[in-house]
Design a protein. Structure first.
Length: 311
């Protein structure tokens, strides 16, 4: 089989596929139109988030047997149409779930202890102890929205704390020893911390909005290491300003471009300006799943799934 690699990844991916006898070609710079003109020659594609694989692209990929997406989600692929054409879709949430779990916990602890604010002040010669008094995670109720690979990884990281962990998911019977699955009503009545771990789908686009936020019985902390478009930023900013949301850790943003390596930088929306100026908000550039270890794990997961399906 001939495989076209459209994004750079850990070297083991191509090396091992070569060992299996596959022919591997790399094209990291050509336009989407150029790729479309030659995609009929290939049996497989390996991509991260370089561009959207839509119906037109798939219609040109007449010999395509699989698409390997080196990441957790498949939202940049027309999955339904690909399945109609019997194209096997491969993703790798197992590869970066541990990284996401650790990053989410790190954001939460940093927010609780005002570490970003305190660090900036000390560097400016300010020694403000009382103003930077933190709060403890023990005794809190942590709610996880979306209890798949990422949600379960975060729950696992919380096991060393004296916390109650609840999860809400559209699928039934996903709870385990680390998290109790509850209704949305119980979820919104009880949680002190809400952590989002859902994929990007029609159901999750804009799901964290003013109605969702106001449904909670008490003020809460909010974490998003999932997908930026699941949150209505203006509603999030308003909730932080009003005190309904006590603080937010955001690894993803509504304003990201298709490739998460490039953030929206021009004509910055007012809501986003509020977030970047708020000491109650901690931001990172969609790197929760990006560690030295996860780069290797993601590649290995894709290789293993291709091997299981086609060898």
């Amino acid at each position: 089989m001939k495989i076209l690699h459209l994004d750079t990844n850990h070297e083991l991916l191509i090396n091992q596929l070569n060992d299996f006898g596959f022919v591997n070609h790399e094209d990291y710079k050509s336009s989407k139109e150029v790729i479309e003109s030659k995609i009929h020659d290939y049996d497989g594609i390996i991509i991260r988030s370089r561009f959207t694989i839509d119906k037109q692209f798939l219609d040109n990929a007449t010999n395509l047997k699989f698409i390997g997406r080196v990441g957790a989600g498949l939202e940049n692929i027309d999955s339904d149409y690909a399945k109609e054409k019997n194209i096997h879709l491969i993703s790798a949430p197992e590869g970066n779930r541990n990284a996401v779990g650790e990053h989410t916990l790190g954001m939460l602890l940093s927010l609780f202890n005002k570490l970003n604010k305190a660090d900036a002040e000390v560097r400016k010669g300010k020694w403000l102890r009382e103003e930077n008094r933190g709060i403890e995670l023990d005794g809190k109720t942590v709610g996880i929205v979306g209890y798949g690979n990422m949600g379960k990884a975060f729950a696992k990281k919380l096991r060393g704390f004296d916390v109650e962990i609840l999860c809400f998911d559209i699928k039934n019977h996903v709870g385990d020893t680390n998290a109790k699955q509850v209704s949305i009503k119980e979820f919104q009545e009880s949680t002190d911390v809400v952590s989002l771990h859902t994929p990007q789908t029609d159901l999750t686009l804009g799901m964290v909005n003013s109605k969702f936020i106001e449904g909670f019985s008490k003020p809460f902390w909010f974490l998003n290491t999932a997908r930026g478009k699941s949150v209505v930023t203006k509603d999030l900013a308003a909730a932080i300003e009003s005190g309904k949301i006590l603080g937010a850790g955001l690894d993803v943003l509504e304003y990201e471009k298709t490739s998460f390596e490039n953030l929206f930088t021009s004509d910055m929306p007012e809501a986003f300006q509020y977030l970047i100026n708020s000491e109650k908000v901690l931001l990172s550039p969609h790197v929760a799943g990006w560690t030295i270890e996860s780069k290797k794990k993601l590649a290995q997961t894709i290789v293993d799934k291709i091997k299981a399906q086609f060898i």
